[in-house]
Write a protein that binds this ligand. Structure first.
Ligand code: AMP
Ligand code: MG
Length: 415
């Protein structure tokens, strides 16, 4: 039987993981797939935008110095959007123009049709016009050569609009990490496949981990649940390693006889970076690497697997994608109304609900804290971090990782 050499502290483990996890390399993605990704390079304007002086309204382009109230103009051409007029506007002349139409040569103002006698071959102006009136100047939005989006910007709809307006069809981004998830355990049955025989349970971890990885912006796929059999496990891990940037396994990584995952990893050339953390839930977490692939051996208990994902895997995926490690997982101070003891010698991340009070954020245990209690995570808003051996007094503040950011805005979705 193997035993843990030295358990790494939480902060140390996260640091080692991040140090061993590089950013994804930059790739070009089509605009339609860029939302939520992070720009890997500055984006520079290729030309002045708008590219030409154009009209902000429907009306007539004319010379402002002719444009006294009561003056009658002759309409010599039209300039709808996309079809510039080739004529030049002379004294007492006007060109019919629509929003986005190129302001014709000679004209320096556009009057709204509402301020004239109407559409026709001639019109009378009701209101004088100022120079530049209703003209959108070339370059007033963006100047050629200017950095319009900085590397590190998360791409949303406005960034996509701006890039498209400059003719970019693709954006240089940090690629989405490819994650492959593999559950292990001879007791596991596929949900939907059949009923359970004695001793069996449904595989929930691989589905949960795929969902968590997707939420973190990764492209994630589930392999299958491999039985605790050396051969099966080995070929499953091999398959996962061959196509992923990050492999997540669940189960089989502790000190039991059927904990074969580490052996399979070792045989397949995965170098162990660490095994064992001073953290609950999830003491047996394994982290390793093989060339460009990062491997997390997560514990089998569903809560341990999911909490370890949150605390150790998610920051790595965020870093790979060029985002802040704690993106969308704010840290806040919370207090409890009752005394909280941590009798284990490890940092304990406890599942709590958050309640806004006059004093700040009150945490309340989301229920029993056993690592097998799948339902408890559906009730948790945050993980409160209680130090080893700590006795937290009522009202004393501790740090918490918020899992549901919307709760901070008073918009918890729970009924
Ligand atoms: P292990 O780490 O393999 O010893 O598993 C610890 C506990 O987690 C056992 O009760 C397993 O049955 C359970 N478990 C392991 N894998 C899964 C899974 N994929 N889905 C749900 N429970 C699991
Ligand atoms: Mg197992």
């Amino acid at each position: 039987m193997q035993t843990f050499d030295r358990l790494l502290d939480y902060g140390e483990a996260v640091e080692i993981i991040l140090k061993n996890t590089p950013r994804s390399s930059a790739v070009g993605v089509p605009l339609s797939e860029a939302r939520g990704l992070v720009l890997a390079e500055d984006l520079v304007a290729k030309f002045d935008s708008p590219p030409f002086d154009n009209s902000a309204v429907d009306g007539y382009a004319l010379r402002s110095r002719d444009a006294g109230a009561g003056r009658v103009f002759r309409v010599v051409d039209e300039a709808p959007a996309g079809r510039p007029s080739k004529k030049k506007v002379g004294e007492g002349e006007a060109i019919k123009i629509f929003t986005g139409g190129v302001v014709p040569e000679g004209a320096d103002a556009v009057v709204m049709v509402e301020n004239t006698s109407g559409w026709g071959e001639e019109f009378e102006l009701k209101k004088p016009a100022r120079p530049g009136q209703n003209v959108r100047r070339s370059g007033e939005d963006v100047r050629a050569g200017e950095v319009i989006l900085r590397a590190g910007t998360e791409i949303g709809a406005p960034e996509i609009a701006l890039a498209a307006s400059q003719g970019y069809a693709e954006l240089p981004v940090f690629g989405r990490p490819r994650v492959v998830v593999l559950s292990t355990g001879s007791e596991l049955v596929e949900p939907g496949e059949r009923g359970l025989e004695p001793g069996e349970i449904y595989d929930s971890n691989s589905y949960a981990l795929v969902a968590q990885a997707q939420e973190a912006g990764a492209v994630a796929r589930r392999l299958y649940a491999a039985s605790d059999d050396e051969g099966t496990l080995r070929s499953a891990v091999e398959e996962a390693l061959s196509e992923a940037d990050v492999v997540l396994t669940s189960g089989g990584v502790s000190v039991g006889e059927k904990d074969l995952v580490k052996a399979a990893m070792r045989d397949l050339g995965v170098e162990q970076v660490f095994w064992g953390i001073n953290f609950k839930p999830g003491k047996p977490l394994f982290f390793g690497r093989r060339e460009g692939v990062r491997v997390f051996g997560l514990p089998g208990n569903p809560v341990s697997a999911m909490v370890c994902f949150e605390v150790f895997v998610r920051p790595a995926l965020m870093k790979m994608a060029g985002r802040r490690e704690d993106a969308r997982r704010p840290r806040i101070k919370v207090y409890f109304d009752e005394m909280v003891h941590n009798r284990v010698g490890r940092l304990h991340a406890i599942r709590v609900r958050l309640l806004r009070t006059g004093r700040g954020w009150r945490a309340e245990s989301a229920g029993a804290q056993g690592s097998g209690l799948v339902s408890s995570l559906t009730k948790a808003d945050a993980l409160a971090l209680i130090g080893p051996g700590a006795e937290v007094r009522p009202g004393e503040e501790v740090e918490a990782i918020v899992l549901r950011e919307e709760v901070l805005l008073g918009q918890g979705a729970r009924m």
